[in-house]
Design a binder for this molecule. Structure first.
Ligand code: ADP
Ligand code: MG
Length: 373
């Protein structure tokens, strides 16, 4: 694979001037639609060459951010930089970015090769080079030999690869992907996650990937920004997000939150606060090495094939999910434990201290009234 070409981020700025800057930088970006604030005073930096994901629930502003980076929407206030250059007022075609959408948006009457070449044809790239680059892009997405097919003769996964090839062929500095795997079934989606990450490594292009699927974000990303109500709650690597979430919203959105608060926090930790322990870090009585940290009653057992989830209600009212691999016994034995009283234990280093999050939206108190001390 050849190195990405030294195209500048913006057509009329020399690359030397911009090389030391972040691939994408948003400074104080707000976007309102009437009375809706879709994006709220956002600062964000995406590094050159990284696989960056924007993760958050539906309506949290991810697509709006992507559209402002691409130039399809103008911010209400704030500035957008690509490679250190202010592009806030630049048209989409003046920005060295390409977008891959969930619905592929392929031309049905053109074959695969013509679809992939399309952007180069618009840019008046000579025919021979166009063809060569399009075939190379099809190679990159593992579609060698499919050049003559029509989109209708392809599976969903293959169509998504064509859409990806069509964006990669332009060799953009930044590739924007908006839930591109959302229409694929789970098995194919998992395969494509791993492949997308490999492709990103091979081509070395900065990927900015939007998803509401935490597993998808954890699988592929170098760093993840967690969105909530048009704001970013935390930007971190997958491991940091999972092991050290900074808010109960992040703890709950990335993984199962397992919050201990109120009477349970006082009983277990001897103080007020919100604490979280991941389900796989909690042990049920017979696995436990040390003395129990808490006890409660099994409210439900969810059978998931390779693992079971035990939902245990503690004496103070918090519910913890405990994950156990199905190493021993039968599913029926596990399911039969509903109503049983059990002891729980965990290692102290696995407790995530979320502080006294009075101001956290996840705690149900508006930020204006609470405020994190
Ligand atoms: P996400 O991609 O995270 O699901 P969006 O960026 O699509 O979120 O939307 C964020 C918020 O902005 C939502 O409340 C949505 O309804 C609103 N919104 C997005 N685009 C428009 C638009 N063109 N007109 C009005 N409201 C919009
Ligand atoms: Mg969206």
């Amino acid at each position: 694979m050849s190195a990405p070409t030294a195209l500048p981020y913006v057509a009329h700025v020399a690359r030397d001037e911009v090389i030391q800057h972040a691939a994408v930088r948003l400074v104080g970006v707000t976007k309102t639609f009437g009375s809706v604030t879709a994006v709220d005073d956002l600062d964000l930096e995406i590094r050159d060459g990284e696989f960056f994901s924007m993760l958050g629930p539906s309506g949290s502003g991810k697509t709006t951010v992507l559209r402002m980076i691409a130039g399809f929407e103008a911010p209400t206030s704030g500035r957008v930089f690509l490679g250190g250059v202010d592009v806030t007022r630049e048209a989409p075609f003046n920005r060295d970015v390409n977008t891959v959408f969930q619905d592929y948006a392929l031309f049905p009457h053109m074959d695969v090769l013509t679809n992939v070449e399309y952007g180069l044809r618009v840019k008046k790239v000579p025919r021979g080079e166009r063809r060569e680059r399009a075939l190379a892009a099809l190679d990159t997405v593992r579609l060698t030999g499919y050049a003559d097919r029509r989109p209708t003769q392809l599976s969903g996964g293959q169509r998504q690869r064509v859409a990806l090839a069509r964006a990669l062929v332009n060799r953009p500095k930044v590739l924007l992907l908006d839930e591109p795997l959302g229409a694929l079934d789970l098995k194919l989606r998992r395969e494509m996650q791993i492949e997308l990450k490999q492709i990103q490594r091979e081509v070395g292009i900065t990927f900015c990937f939007v998803t509401h699927d935490q597993e998808e974000a954890l699988t592929m990303s170098d760093r993840i920004a967690v969105f909530n109500h048009g704001r970013v709650e935390q930007v971190a690597t997958p491991t940091e997000l999972y092991e050290a979430p900074q808010s109960s919203f992040v703890a709950g959105f990335v993984g199962t939150s397992n919050l201990l608060t109120g009477a349970d926090a006082r009983a277990v930790f001897g103080r007020e606060g919100t604490f979280s322990i991941r389900p796989e870090k909690v042990q049920l009585d017979e696995d436990a090495g040390g003395p129990p940290k808490a006890s409660g009653v099994v409210q439900a057992v969810v059978y998931l094939g390779s693992v079971n989830h035990y939902l245990v209600e503690l004496d103070g009212g918090s519910t913890l999910t405990v994950l156990r691999q199905n190493l021993h016994g039968t599913a029926d034995q596990a399911l039969g434990r509903r109503g049983e009283r059990v002891d729980l234990t965990w290692a102290d280093e696995h407790v995530i201290d979320l502080g006294t999050e009075a101001g956290s939206p996840a705690a149900g108190v508006p930020a204006e009234e609470g405020g994190i001390p």
